[in-house]
Design a protein around this ligand. Sequence first.
Ligand SMILES: C[S@@+](CC[C@H](N)C(=O)[O-])C[C@H]1O[C@@H](n2cnc3c(N)ncnc32)[C@H](O)[C@@H]1O
Length: 268
Amino acid sequence: MKIREAIKISIKQFKQANIGTYGNDAMNLLKTVLKKDEIFILTNPNYKLSDEQEKHLYTLLKKRLMLYPMAYITGKKEFYGLEFLVNEHVLIPRPETEIVVEETIKIAKTINAENIIDIGTGSGCIAITVSNILNKKVLASDISKSALYVAKLNRDRHKAKVDFILSNGIDWIRKKVDIIVSNPPYVSKKDYLNLSKDVKYEPKEALISEDGGLSFIKYLIEHSKSLTKYLILEFGYNQSPLIRSQNYLLKILKDLSGIDRVAVFKFF
Ligand SMILES: C[S@@+](CC[C@H](N)C(=O)[O-])C[C@H]1O[C@@H](n2cnc3c(N)ncnc32)[C@H](O)[C@@H]1O
């Protein structure tokens, strides 16, 4: 099979499966299988895939047709201009989380923050980006050992000054810090059932929280009062009323769809 046929077959099957990103997906599958860039693929339509590459392509095609996320197939996702390694143990970084990073950087610069902690770091995308932009040390935690393994790979890849700690919640913090930042699990069990199939391949513990999705958010707000000056928090599309009813709320930022998405609390 030549590159031109491989692209044609992939696009046809993606279209039949109603996968709207068929063009990009076909290109990304080939990039992954051939370990070549887009320019090579576009300029070598007659390049012949080896039997092994052809088999690999069909395996990945089958996975993608079952809505397995493209980021897990390629093993990468871009976030804030950096490429992060991802696998099924970490949430795939989302564009809305870039607002969390932006706000953290802004506040950190304003108060010349020295101590920043990222709770539930997953791939490490928030901690690593913030650390590299500010050129400051960041401490990051997660309850998942497998997630921290990926986060450490990303830290080394981006030469970031981030230390990791395997821990549950924030009660392990002993000394008051400047900023606690978190994109916590905030999906309710009910909403989880209605999420698209691709999201269901992501770790459940990264998404679901008890108490209608609010349990971890309430815990963070309650427990961080004595532990930090600022708490910067991403939250769910329908959680604005709870967030707005809290004391110490400094501001709420909207995502690109105009939905309340990030809260900043100031505790002093
Ligand atoms: C929504 S994901 C966010 C991942 C990453 N920060 C991002 O923005 O892409 C939430 C993360 O919190 C972690 N987590 C869940 N419960 C936790 C807990 N009790 N303590 C610490 N981390 C927790 C999950 O393992 C997951 O990596």
